[in-house]
Design a protein around this ligand. Structure first.
Ligand code: SF4
Ligand code: SF4
Length: 149
């Protein structure tokens, strides 16, 4: 990977390896979310996608994720305008908005555990959505985020 590529090249010019490395592995994008059609607000739940390994905050079947979870979203540079649904801490959103990576980001710290210690990842509070009935989802809302048009 090129040195400090995230500062030197636009997202569209990153290699596939660089693009993947930009993910800090927080797992926040794998929490269940629902958007209110009227207000546009996004409700974020403490329930994680059934494929998320909550201990590592990584997808347990990344290669087949779109087959197994049709709602899983592929992040691409072309969809940068949609990145507002991602958490403010997300590295893709940071770069897309011209912000710097956080010092705890593994690319800067060299330590993927620091992010967990900082409480940025979902480890420690998320639970699997597997087996949770939809009628119980409302009890799992942990944040409601306004999404501007
Ligand atoms: S929120 Fe962003 S940085 Fe965190 S796991 Fe998802 S894509 Fe990666
Ligand atoms: S399929 Fe994998 S990458 Fe997609 S939301 Fe679920 S855990 Fe995350």
């Amino acid at each position: 990977m090129r040195e400090r590529f995230w500062e030197r090249f636009p997202l569209a010019e990153l290699t596939a390896e660089e693009w993947e490395a930009l993910c800090d592995g927080c797992g926040q994008c794998c929490l269940l979310k629902f958007q209110d059609d009227d207000s546009g607000e996004l409700a974020v739940l403490d329930l994680a996608c059934e494929l998320l390994d909550i201990g590592s905050c990584r997808c347990s079947d990344y290669a087949n994720r779109f087959d197994r979870v049709p709602d899983c979203t592929r992040l691409t540079p072309e969809r940068v305008d949609e990145f507002r649904w991602l958490p403010y801490s997300c590295a893709y959103r940071r770069v897309a908005e011209g912000r710097k990576l956080a010092r705890w980001h593994p690319l800067l710290s060299g330590d993927s555990r620091r992010m967990h210690r900082k409480g940025v990842s979902v480890r420690g509070f998320a639970v699997s959505s597997r087996g949770v009935p939809e009628e119980a989802y409302e009890d799992h809302i942990i944040a409601v985020i306004p999404i501007d048009d």
